[in-house]
Design a protein around this ligand. Structure first.
Ligand code: FMN
Length: 203
């Protein structure tokens, strides 16, 4: 049986919140347990039911399971930094969105927002199954657009690494291992982003 290594994180919440939100974090080392196609479809189904502006559902996902050509094609589109750790993942995604509305060619200004909502559902469904999620902005976007034959109407936004919690931090280089083992998670205070009045003079 695989040795499960548990990295302990401290999340100093200022108010009581859902345990599932408190416990979520983004590892770079993952357990070696494979993710199955059935599990993938459960995760996608959670995303499918996310809200979106005018119910346009602008998100698009390309997926690959470890050991397949699709996984390798996605991996090759990651930037060098993310390639240094994302090979630990059991599943990789490229996330894109449709830039225009369904019924006309007008810009869908909320498409990126809605892809984020989709990913919120995905993360919490995956976490409930013991599967960790690490999103990545570090993608070679132009390469991904041409590699996967997207038309001009689509924007590649992110890549995502998935794998079971319980990875071995020794799978990472020294710098990333240090980050993985850092216990205290940090966030800005609410007063820096929420205002009961004008936004004037706020940085
Ligand atoms: C849209 C987005 C892009 C990100 N890009 C990267 C990335 O390219 N590489 C990386 O290692 N982490 C990336 N992250 C992970 C963030 O650094 C991480 O979520 C943040 O530090 C908070 O840590 P936590 O998720 O463990 O709470 C990204 C996260 C998001 C949401």
């Amino acid at each position: 049986m695989e040795n499960i290594i548990s990295v302990q994180k401290i999340t100093p919440v200022a108010h009581p919140i859902l345990d599932s939100i408190k416990k979520r974090w983004s590892p770079r080392a993952f357990a070696q347990t494979p993710i199955t196609e059935n599990q993938l479809h459960i995760i996608l189904e959670a995303g499918r039911w996310a809200p979106s502006a005018s119910n346009i559902q602008p998100w698009r996902v390309l997926w690959g399971l470890k050991g397949t050509e699709m996984y390798d094609r996605i991996f090759n589109c990651l930037d060098d930094f993310n390639q240094s750790w994302a090979g630990n993942a059991q599943m990789l995604w490229i996330n894109a969105f449709k830039k225009t509305m369904e019924k006309n060619e007008k810009e869908n200004f909320h498409a990126l927002h809605d892809l984020g909502l989709f990913m919120g559902n995905v993360i919490h469904q995956a976490n409930s199954m013991g599967i960790a999620v690490h999103q990545m902005a570090g993608v070679k976007f132009k390469q991904a657009l041409s590699e996967f034959k997207f038309s001009e109407d689509y924007h590649v936004a992110t890549a995502v690494a998935f794998g079971y919690f319980g990875g071995d931090p020794d799978d990472l280089n020294e710098d990333l291992k240090k980050q993985e083992l850092k216990q205290l998670r940090e966030r800005k205070e609410q007063s820096t982003f929420a205002f009961n009045g004008n936004f004037e003079n706020k940085k």
